[in-house]
Design a binder for this molecule. Structure first.
Ligand SMILES: Cc1ncc(C[n+]2csc(CCOP(=O)(O)OP(=O)(O)O)c2C)c(N)n1
Ligand SMILES: [Mg+2]
Length: 580
């Protein structure tokens, strides 16, 4: 049968079960667009290519499916670069297909080619793998190699650059084969002898502790983790990326925002089970004083990617494999055995829980402050109360994201998104839209800084056009709040402690003017609200949900109180150079 390169791509993606593609249309890949539509794969179109990449990343992380995004040669690809960088750093499984100019124009390289740059050279260092397809004969082979890379090791972004002449040019179509014939589709099972050894270490430990990273979310191992944690009566700490690996309503979970109590747990453990985490900078590199001395703490490290194991924290037992399969196997072995946690462990865990509770109440004072404009804590706290338990929450911005993290509890696993590795302002807009595309029937809301939202407000129209009923709560302090805080403390620490803020003009370019985001929303056909009084926020959320469409609530917050987000001192320390 005859077709074109676009049809080859669409057929292989359809066989992979891809059911949505994100990107902005372009003539260079018309053959692909037509073939996707022909395969009942809709193309969801934002107004900026970087949004498409974040939509695909959020879609992948929330559903466990492959996220696919497209971008067109030259400017389209240039616009996609930030999104590619971030989604790769965050470890979300995204395949990006870009078009490039026709082979007859780019080869030989004459210079002066329109809308052209070496896309593979630019993208290679920001992805797991990137290649160019300049001949249709190699398209099936290279696309299948790309798909193998998508499922190899730690998830991230994989890129295939396909010349317009390949996508739109006529060719004979190869037979479509199911993925199981061309790549590994079953999760990698860990060596059973190593699982046995892990069980022995865990059951003979005096205080075993589980540290869950983003790998647990990608393996969708939330329930299996809970079973193992409960059978061992072991505290579970989560990395920033692993937030939501297990429900935070469990007394055994230490949300990452319990920063000092988490370190207390890490210092108390004699055996640590690290699951799908590299123990990076925001895990304090696994080092004292936030973790116990390596000589006194045994480490079991399970990861799908063997290059992550033992990289920062020395290991006693290295296990390569899917953390979901590992946990299922451990759970089974613990089911029959007499593993009733010893009383000493129960009292130690009770002590640690008490310490975590005391730490949490420290922050809750802000919720008693009913001044107008409001203190930011009310925004996440009221959202938690108003939205469904399984609503997807996205946190974006500087201090806004900190406040949102501290006053949110992940009740249902894998319902919170952010960019914990990159802190990418504005990514939350695309993530929210991707979440709404992943689960059209669930509530999605995004708490975002006014600076961050200002990077992609045009996507309100995307949400309206595509029927994404996202509620954006834009925290308006009219400043790059986190930057202003850092500058102020660096300039006059004592004055800041005494007066809480410096005189106008004391910091460099950290103030912003106002964008009336509620007006902007209405201009694009969305529902708009503006609130400054915490007592009025519930009503605004109710009306937003009742509007049945994308809504933007412009929330005026006290700009000085906003600068004093919780945990600031810890964050400063966390980013010190590790040494050792
Ligand atoms: C894309 C991007 N540019 C710059 C930064 C550096 N940065 C970190 S926080 C911050 C200020 C954020 O302002 P806003 O979104 O209004 O949140 P606020 O801190 O005021 O809550 C900046 C500029 C970043 N993280 N991401
Ligand atoms: Mg701000």
């Amino acid at each position: 049968m005859a077709g074109n390169g676009g049809k080859i791509i669409a057929d292989i993606l359809a066989a992979e079960g891809v059911d949505k593609v994100f990107g902005i249309p372009d003539g260079t890949y018309l053959g692909l667009l037509n073939a996707l539509v022909g395969n009942d794969i809709p193309v969801v179109t934002p107004r900026h290519e970087t949004t498409a990449i974040h939509m695909a990343g959020a879609y992948a992380r929330l559903t466990g499916k492959l996220g696919v995004a497209i971008a067109s040669n030259g400017p389209g690809v240039a616009n996609a670069l930030p999104g590619i960088t971030v989604e790769n750093a965050e470890g979300n499984r995204v395949l990006v297909i870009t078009s490039s100019r026709r082979v007859g124009i780019t080869y030989p390289d004459r210079g002066g080619t329109y809308q052209y740059f070496d896309q593979v050279a630019a993208i290679t260092p920001i992805t797991k793998w990137s290649a160019s397809v300049s001949s249709v004969d190699r398209l099936p082979e290279l696309l299948r190699t790309a798909l193998r890379w998508c499922y190899r090791g730690r998830p991230g972004v994989v890129h295939l650059d396909v010349a317009e002449s390949v996508i739109n040019g006529k060719t004979k179509l190869p037979a479509v084969v199911p993925p199981v014939r061309t790549r590994r589709t079953a999760p990698i099972a860990p060596d059973p002898a190593l699982v046995d050894a892990a069980v022995t270490m865990l059951t003979t430990a005096s205080l075993p502790v589980v540290h869950a990273g983003g790998g647990v979310i990608h393996a969708r191992a939330h329930d299996a983790l809970q079973v193992v944690a409960e059978r061992l009566y072991a505290p579970v700490t989560t990395s920033w990326s692993g937030r939501g690996a297990m429900t935070e309503t469990s007394e055994l979970v230490w949300p990452i925002t319990a920063i000092e109590p988490t370190s207390e747990v890490h210092r108390a453990a004699d055996v640590v089970l690290i699951l799908g985490s590299r123990i990076g900078e925001t895990d304090w590199w696994g080092k004292p004083p936030n973790w116990r001395d390596p000589g006194e703490q045994k480490v079991i490290h399970v990861d799908i990617d063997e290059t992550s194991i033992g990289r920062n924290k020395p290991v006693d037992l290295a296990i390569v494999g899917d953390v979901g399969v590992f946990l299922d196997e451990v759970g089974k072995r613990l089911a029959g055995a007499d593993v009733a946690a010893p009383q000493t462990r129960r009292s130690e865990v009770a002590r640690l829980i008490e310490s975590r509770r005391a730490d949490a109440t420290k922050h809750h004072k802000s919720l008693e402050d009913m001044a107008v404009p409001m203190v930011t804590a009310h925004v996440p706290a009221i959202c938690q109360e108003m939205f469904d338990k399984d609503a997807i929450m996205i946190a974006d911005g500087g201090n806004t994201a900190v406040w949102a993290n501290f006053f949110h509890t992940v009740e249902v696993p894998n319902t919170m998104l952010a960019t914990p590795h990159f802190g990418m302002l504005g990514a939350g807009v695309g993530q929210a839209l991707g979440a709404a595309e992943a689960f059209p029937d669930r509530q999605v809301y995004c708490i975002i800084g006014d600076g961050a939202f200002g990077m992609h407000p045009q996507e309100i129209e995307t949400a309206v056009r595509n029927g994404n009923r996202v509620v954006f709560l834009v925290v308006s302090d009219r400043q790059w709040g986190m930057v202003k805080m850092t500058q102020s403390v660096a300039k006059a620490p004592v004055k800041m402690m005494l007066r809480k803020s410096l005189e106008p003009g004391a910091t460099v370019n950290s103030d912003l003017g106002e964008i009336g985001y509620d007006h902007l929303a209405r201009a694009m056909g969305a529902h708009g609200e503006r609130v400054a009084d915490p007592a009025e926020l519930r009503g605004a959320i109710e009306r937003s949900l009742a509007s049945g469409k994308c809504s933007v609530i412009h929330v005026d917050v006290d700009p000085v109180k906003h600068m004093w987000a919780p945990g600031l001192l810890h964050f400063k320390k966390m980013h010190q150079e590790p040494g050792g």
